[in-house]
Design a protein around this ligand. Sequence first.
Ligand SMILES: Cc1cc2nc3c(=O)[nH]c(=O)nc-3n(C[C@H](O)[C@H](O)[C@H](O)COP(=O)(O)OP(=O)(O)OC[C@H]3O[C@@H](n4cnc5c(N)ncnc54)[C@H](O)[C@@H]3O)c2cc1C
Length: 277
Amino acid sequence: MKTDQYQHPDHYQMDSLLSDEHKLVRDSTRAWIKKEVSPIIDEHFENATFPKHLIKGMAEIGAFGSYIPVEWGGFGLDQISYGLIMQELERCDSGLRSTASVQSSLVMFPIFEYGSQTQKEKYLKKLATGEIMGCFGLTEPDHGSNPSGMTTNFVDDGDYVILNGSKMWISNSPFADIAVVWAKDQSGRIHGLIVERGMEGFTTPEIHNKLSLRTSSTGELVFQNVRVPKSNILPGRNGLGAPLSCLDSARYGIAWGALGAAMDWDQGPSSSAPKLL
Ligand SMILES: Cc1cc2nc3c(=O)[nH]c(=O)nc-3n(C[C@H](O)[C@H](O)[C@H](O)COP(=O)(O)OP(=O)(O)OC[C@H]3O[C@@H](n4cnc5c(N)ncnc54)[C@H](O)[C@@H]3O)c2cc1C
């Protein structure tokens, strides 16, 4: 049986499909995880806490905005490299991968693709370095699989809009500095708005006692007459296709992550999957 350089079975000879750069990205991610994450992750899984001290290291290995161009603070890597980083993160812990997916695909991606020049300048580099963290608010208590039914909405108020509603099951919300929130305007059209922590009427209660993804912090987003500047609305795209395009990017990374969880059979301490004996 063929094995990769770590003596893991490589039934489909995946290694032969990777370039030297891909292997470098994968191996440096793996090395960082073995040194910094594997020794401490089980405790965070048990306590259901997100290891915030890892944010800087995650940024340094390119877990935030891997494929965002370098000029915007990203790493300018290709999609396979992004996938390999997600694979290695989830090989250790699904919650860590989830945090990185949200920051990259659900926060940086929509700001990069649909944001104004000012929004990109204000947020992207800080998101890439982990100086600020973001979350993505689409799901609502009564509208999960059917996001078009959302009731979160905003009305015009001069240079501002007034946002009302709530979002449920939002990864990273309890500690996020900004939220990319999807809400309907007065004509029922869906737009993305960047809501900042500290805006009056905006709260992020945490959801406790999850059975899985325990190192990922999950919460609600509650908007009670939040005054959001119109300049915080993503101008580049509206309609349901905008948030769904973000989910496409996230799901790509999640698929790689699932491969990582499946590979995690001999890697030492880990919480993402039971060990095969
Ligand atoms: C840990 C965690 C983190 C999350 N992070 C985020 C996040 O960061 N941002 C965000 O916006 N959302 C997030 N979500 C929400 C997630 O996207 C939703 O849970 C998902 O969309 C399903 O919605 P729901 O939970 O309301 O389930 P429901 O829509 O109520 O579905 C329940 C069940 O019914 C089935 N079902 C639903 N409709 C139909 C139908 N028409 N026909 C047949 N079967 C159907 C579903 O497949 C499912 O099995 C997160 C969820 C979890 C658990």
